[in-house]
Design a protein around this ligand. Structure first.
Ligand SMILES: [Zn+2]
Length: 114
């Protein structure tokens, strides 16, 4: 085991605004930008994917009630970071480029993703 992995709470290589591809479940093969990462529950919310119907009531004047589609959570293990070079979701590894600066690198082609 690597020393760094011992003490930290769950940490993921996926962050808000990352482009990801879903690799399992109903939305398999679809991609989108990450809206939110819930590290504790190990879930991510991806824009436009895994939509669920949310029923709402009007709360304020001018607001409409009704059924609004909202992004549902996807398990973090079911999404992969998208590599623009490979044109698909890929596994990544971290590469230290300078002291305290790490880039995520595509395992397949070596492309720097962030
Ligand atoms: Zn790649």
């Amino acid at each position: 085991m690597k020393a760094a992995a011992k003490t930290n709470p769950p940490k993921f290589r996926i962050k808000k605004d990352d482009q990801v591809q879903v690799i399992a479940g109903k939305a398999k093969g679809e991609m989108g930008p990450v809206l939110r990462v819930d590290a504790e529950r190990r879930r991510v919310y991806v824009k436009g994917l895994n939509l669920q119907q949310r029923h709402t009531k009007p709360r304020r004047a001018g607001e409409k009630g009704g059924i609004i589609p909202m992004e549902g959570p996807l398990h973090i293990s079911n999404v992969l970071l998208y590599c623009s070079n490979c044109k698909r979701g890929v596994r990544t590894r971290l590469k230290v480029v300078q002291k305290r600066v790490k880039n995520r690198i595509c395992v397949k082609c070596g492309e720097t993703i962030s």
